[in-house]
Write a protein that binds this ligand. Structure first.
Ligand code: MEV
Length: 323
């Protein structure tokens, strides 16, 4: 009998949200400080007296900030967790084992930081670990995507990649590549405090594309071109060029109708604090903004300005430490 344990973390999209759903490339960054840890402990397979809080149908018990109790009465927010447990057990052909699943997460839900994918990534790997297995990267990704389809409809897979990556990832047509960094880059993520609505935002962009295929395809292609420009800027260590791509991407996301007054206000506050660039990140219509700082002190100043402008929380994330 072994206890399984696995961790993942939040993510932030540097460039390419929404456009990626329609085939454009995108860049995603891990947010290593926002952690998810899943611990999966076997419950006796044939208990004389079932655990009072356990799921009557399956015997599983979930303990998390969102829901504690049986899986079958779980609210919609924990459906990805339920799927993570059941899909992993099905993958290994296991039907006769009961588990206590504990999820601890610093990743806020519905903020574009990949909380649903991060929880799914940690729980699937922890269930596999409790069964004495390790998931290979492709199988793990497929299981997380199964959970993400429940959370988001038709996810591109970008979130699922970002929450297990330890470095920036270039995502194109479902394939991923690591990005070489020419310098150290410091970003500030700020939460509007307003839940985002990824599923609805993705559906509304799809509607716009159907109504105005030429115009919206032009915007999607322009975001794709910014993703290429941003990758080149990361590789040659050009923070100013990267910031300019981020500013332009925010304008194009606004054209797609996925920004909001709260997001625009935080983007303006970051720019007023001399951020090199700022944009919404993730599904939009709430959730988070991402700002690029010149250095760590500047990141502290931007974070303070964002909190002064009403941000509920901020995170600083640095990439390219070893560059
Ligand atoms: C959500 O974090 C990112 C979107 O591009 C949706 C997706 O990629 O599946 C809005």
């Amino acid at each position: 009998r072994r206890t399984g344990r696995a961790a993942s973390h939040g993510k932030t999209i540097l460039i390419g949200e929404h456009a990626v759903v329609h085939g454009a490339p995108a860049l995603v960054l891990p947010v290593l400080d926002a952690r998810v840890v899943a611990t999966v402990t076997p419950i006796d397979t044939a208990p004389a007296v079932p655990h009072p809080d356990a799921d009557p149908a399956t015997g599983h018990l979930l303990e998390s900030a969102v829901h504690t109790g049986p899986l079958d009465t779980a609210p919609a927010a924990v459906l990805p967790t339920v799927t993570a447990v059941t899909a992993t057990l099905r993958h290994f052909g296991v039907t006769d084992r009961r588990f206590h699943v504990r999820v601890e997460s610093d990743v806020p839900t519905a903020r574009g930081m990949g909380s649903s994918a991060a929880v799914a990534a940690a729980v699937t790997a922890a269930v596999a670990d409790a069964l004495g297995h390790t998931l290979d990267a492709d199988t793990h990704h497929e299981l997380v995507q199964e959970c993400e389809r429940i959370a988001h409809g038709r996810p591109s897979g970008l979130d699922a990649r970002g929450v297990v990556a330890d470095a920036p990832v270039w995502f194109d047509g479902g394939r991923i590549e690591p990005v070489a960094l020419g310098a150290r880059f410091t970003f500030v993520v700020a939460d509007t405090g307003v839940p985002g609505h990824t599923r609805e935002a993705v559906a509304s962009v799809r509607d716009r594309l159907e109504r105005d295929p030429v115009g919206v395809r032009g915007t999607i292609d322009a975001i794709g071109a910014l993703a290429h420009a941003a990758r080149a800027a990361l590789e040659r260590g050009d923070a100013r060029a990267l910031g300019a791509s981020m500013d332009a991407a925010h304008g194009l996301l606004d054209d797609l109708g996925v920004s909001s007054g709260d997001l625009d206000r935080l983007v303006e506050a970051a720019r007023a604090a001399d951020a090199l660039g700022a944009k919404l990140t993730g599904g939009g219509r709430g959730g988070c903004v991402l700002a690029l700082a010149a250095d760590d002190d500047h990141a502290d100043r931007i974070a303070a300005a964002l909190r002064g402008a009403g941000a509920a929380a901020t995170w600083t994330t640095t990439i390219g430490d070893r560059a």
